[in-house]
Design a protein around this ligand. Structure first.
Ligand code: CDP
Ligand code: CDP
Length: 216
C-alpha cells in the first residue's frame, strides 16, 4: 500500500497539465513529478550523443540520473520532438516505469504525463485528462516561450507551433506503447475557456468528490 493518494494528470501537449499538477500538489501537500521531463532528458542525452532519436535509446534511459532532468534547455521544441521519438520505444518506457512508481510510494503524489492513469498507475485515486483545442494550446505554448502574438511574422510562427504540437500529439496517441488516451475512469477537463485558477478549482472539486472532503 502507498503512503498517500496518487493523482494522474494526463493530456496533450501544452494543455496546462504541469501548471495544474504543480498547483494540485501544493494545495494537497503531495509530491509532484513532471514525467515529461524524464523523456525530455533522455531525448536531450540522445541529441548530445549525436544519435538519431528514432534509434534504440534504452541505454540512455537506463543511465538517466536525477541531475539530467534538472538541466536547462529541456523545454525546447527540438527536445520535445526527440522526447516523443524516444518515448515511442517500449524499452525506453519500461526503463522509466519503476522510477515513476517509486516516486509515489512513500507519500503518494501528483504525476503529469500521457500514460499515468492508463499504464503507470491504472489504480490512481484520481485521474484527470486535461485538454484544449490545438489553437488554444499552441497559443499557450507560444506565450509561455515569451513570444508576442502581435510581433512581425508571429502568425506564421504560431501556425508552425500548432502544426508541431499536433504532429507530436498524433505520434503520442498513435504509438503502440502506452499511447496517450483517456482512461475509462478519468474526468476530462476542457480548458479552452478556463483560466488556470478555474481549472484548479474544477480539479479540486473532482478530487474532493473522489477522495472525500477530509483530504482536500
Ligand atoms: O504541462 P503542459 O505542457 O500540459 O502545459 P503547461 O506548461 O502547464 O501550460 C502551458 C501554458 O498554459 C502555461 O504558460 C500556463 O500558464 C498556461 N495556461 C494554463 O496552464 N491553464 C490555463 N487554463 C490557461 C493557460
Ligand atoms: O509539455 P508538453 O506537454 O509539451 O510535453 P511533455 O509533457 O514534457 O512531454 C514530452 C514528450 O514526452 C511527449 O510528447 C511524449 O511523447 C512523452 N511523454 C510520454 O510519452 N509519457 C509521459 N508520461 C510523459 C511524456
Amino acid at each position: 500500500t502507498r503512503g498517500g493518494p496518487v493523482l494522474a494528470v494526463d493530456g496533450p501537449a501544452a494543455a496546462g497539465k504541469g501548471t495544474l499538477a504543480k498547483r494540485l500538489a501544493s494545495s494537497l501537500n503531495l509530491p509532484y513529478l513532471d514525467t515529461g521531463l524524464l523523456y525530455r532528458a533522455v531525448g536531450r542525452l540522445v541529441l548530445d550523443a549525436g544519435q538519431d532519436p528514432a534509434a534504440p535509446a534504452e541505454d540512455f534511459a537506463r543511465r538517466l540520473r536525477a541531475e539530467d532532468t534538472q538541466r536547462k534547455g529541456l523545454r525546447t521544441q527540438e527536445v520535445a520532438r526527440a522526447a516523443s521519438l524516444v518515448a515511442a520505444q517500449p524499452a525506453v518506457r519500461s526503463a522509466l516505469v519503476e522510477t515513476q512508481r517509486r516516486f509515489a510510494q512513500e507519500r503518494g503524489g501528483v504525476l503529469d504525463g500521457r500514460d499515468i492513469g492508463t499504464a503507470i498507475f491504472p489504480d490512481a485515486d484520481v485521474k484527470l485528462f486535461i485538454t484544449a483545442s490545438p489553437a488554444t494550446r499552441a497559443l499557450r505554448r507560444f506565450l509561455q516561450m515569451g513570444e508576442d502574438p502581435k510581433a512581425e511574422g508571429a502568425a506564421a510562427r504560431l501556425a508552425a507551433m500548432e502544426a508541431d504540437l499536433q504532429a507530436r500529439d498524433a505520434a503520442d496517441a498513435g504509438r503502440q506503447a502506452a499511447p496517450m488516451q483517456v482512461a475509462a475512469d478519468a474526468v476530462v477537463i476542457e480548458t479552452d475557456t478556463l483560466s488556470a485558477d478555474a481549472v484548479l478549482a474544477e480539479a479540486l472539486r473532482v478530487v474532493r468528490e473522489r477522495l472525500g472532503t477530509h483530504t482536500a
